[in-house]
Write a protein that binds this ligand. Structure first.
Ligand SMILES: *Cc1c(COP(=O)(O)O)cnc(C)c1O
Length: 367
């Protein structure tokens, strides 16, 4: 059987390894596994959310509220926009997919940083679109400008802060760039880690209301999978001008977000105290990684997120990641991104201590 030709050039997204696999393959006790590869909130789901989900679970036999009224309302209130500016998806991944399919077909152009969220490229290639990447691994707006001027683009992705590198552009520089982009180019501002960036430095904060009002060609994406600790529920959102939202809606499957996901998102959004507490701890623990790297002469990228990318120097990152895995510590090897580095989600205090101990041994090993 032959398949759509675009599939020939597509690779399958490789997710962080699940706990179950490490138990099966390396015989590690599940409770000893330290999972720091997918940037989840290591402090777990807020107890208020867990309680609400338990109560809601008995309504699972009926289809979800497909208008998603309550969560839309909550998001509209949070970002000071109207319900009609909001679309909710099964993770913000699904909104990325809608954006690509709304704008791209064969030979469309999609512009992004060289080393950024892998799904932009994967969804774009599904349509046969051409991928344009800036030369630098991290976001450099002058490089975006140069390529855009020469080639144009149907979509531009800015990841603010950037996964997997961790850097973040200042909002004022992003606005200046948006001023220069043609209104027929859709610009996606991926804010999956904005909550972290805002805590660390207010200059990184994208004013979603302002962007939505001023730029009819820009969509802001957020997710409940990271700071809001709901990775397992798959819920994310997009905020944009009504015309963008209406067109994305044409691509939406019915009931794309489950009853529990909608409930979880709503209650999580309401428990901001929990989220802020987790973010504060995140940066306290991040400091330990920075100190650890300095002490051991390892280069790292200063991070505005809940992960840190550390170069492994004269050691091969793939081997380090594998040896950590064998001890039950799951991190992300960055070889596939062309970096001799590992990306580690900032865990809890005891998880991070385990990482440092394991790394101590691995870094000392003779080649
Ligand atoms: C995690 C992540 C997302 C989306 O996550 P969902 O779980 O699909 O909401 C989007 N962009 C970036 C950069 C991410 O790291």
């Amino acid at each position: 059987m032959t398949f759509n030709k675009v599939l020939d050039n597509l690779s399958i997204y490789e997710a962080g390894k699940p706990i179950e696999l490490v138990v099966r393959e390396y015989g590690v006790n599940p409770k000893d596994i330290v999972k720091l590869a997918s940037n989840e909130n290591p402090y777990g789901t807020s107890p208020k959310v867990v309680k609400a989900l338990k109560e809601k679970s008995s309504s699972s036999f009926v289809y979800p509220d497909d208008s998603m009224y309550e969560l839309k309302e909550a998001l509209a209130k949070r970002f000071k926009v109207n319900d009609s500016n909001v679309i909710i998806g099964a993770g913000s991944d699904q909104i990325i997919e809608f954006c690509i399919h709304a704008k791209c077909y064969k030979n469309s152009k999609v512009l992004m940083a060289k080393t950024t969220f892998a799904m932009y490229e994967i969804y774009a290639k599904q349509t046969g679109a051409q991928i344009l990447k800036t030369p630098s691994d991290t976001h450099n707006l002058d490089e975006f400008r140069k390529i855009y001027k020469k080639e144009g683009a149907d979509i531009i992705f800015l990841c603010l802060p950037n996964n997997p590198m961790g850097e973040c552009l200042d909002a004022k520089d992003v606005y200046k760039f948006l001023d220069e982009v043609d209104k027929n180019t859709l610009v996606v501002l991926d804010g999956a880690y904005q909550e972290y960036a805002i805590y660390k430095d207010g200059k990184k904060k994208i004013d979603v209301k302002k962007v939505t009002k001023k730029y009819p060609n820009v969509i802001y994406l957020g997710t409940f999978s990271k700071a809001y600790a709901l990775g397992g529920l798959r819920v994310g959102y997009g905020i944009a001008d009504v015309k963008i939202i209406k067109n994305l809606y044409k691509l939406r499957p019915p009931f794309n977000v489950t009853t529990l996901s909608l409930e979880g998102g709503k209650v999580a959004l309401d428990d901001e105290k929990f989220v802020q507490k987790c973010i504060k701890k995140n940066f306290e623990e991040m400091e330990r990684y920075e100190k650890y790297s300095k002490r051991n002469g390892l280069t790292y990228i200063p991070s505005y997120t809940n992960f840190i990318t550390i170069y492994t120097g004269n050691k091969i990152s793939k081997e380090i990641a594998q040896k950590l895995l064998e001890q039950g510590i799951i991190v992300r090897d960055m070889t596939g991104y062309g970096q001799n580095a590992i990306r580690i989600t900032i865990g809890t205090e005891s998880q991070n201590t385990k990482v440092f101990k394991a790394l101590d041994k691995l870094l000392m090993e003779k080649k």
